[in-house]
Write a protein that binds this ligand. Structure first.
Ligand SMILES: [Mg+2]
Length: 121
């Protein structure tokens, strides 16, 4: 996907989430704090699908679980997009910025095959 395509898809989702909220008069509840809390709850719902599985690899999942994971991923992304919207964060730009910083923190030549945190090496 090219840059414009990537940007367009995030804008499409942001507009969809805005419209969904506006139609229900829920914007009044979508403060950054509430959205951050809702995001955290959705992440927990996603994690719950993997709880107690040996690894969560596809072979350990059935179709019901796969669908649940898919839907919780969607919930997580919608709340993240909504939170970014309310906090005036361009998610695409933020990801590009953070991946550049991560690259500086974790130079491939130094950390290849090493899962330790940057503070541990
Ligand atoms: Mg959910």
């Amino acid at each position: 996907m090219d840059k414009d395509g990537a940007q367009d898809s995030l804008i499409e989702l942001r507009e969809l989430a805005r419209a969904f909220s506006a139609e229900r008069d829920w914007d009044q509840f979508h403060t950054p704090k509430n959205l951050a809390m809702a995001l955290s709850v959705e992440v927990a719902e996603l994690v719950e699908h993997f709880q107690w599985l040996p690894s969560g690899a596809d072979a350990e999942l059935d179709d019901k679980k796969r669908l649940g994971i898919r839907h919780e991923m969607a919930d997580v992304l919608v709340y993240l997009i909504r939170l970014a919207d309310k906090c005036h964060v361009d998610l695409r730009e933020a990801v590009l910025e953070k991946m550049r910083l991560n690259g500086e923190k974790y130079p491939a030549g130094l950390v290849r095959g090493d899962a330790r945190k940057y503070t541990e090496y």
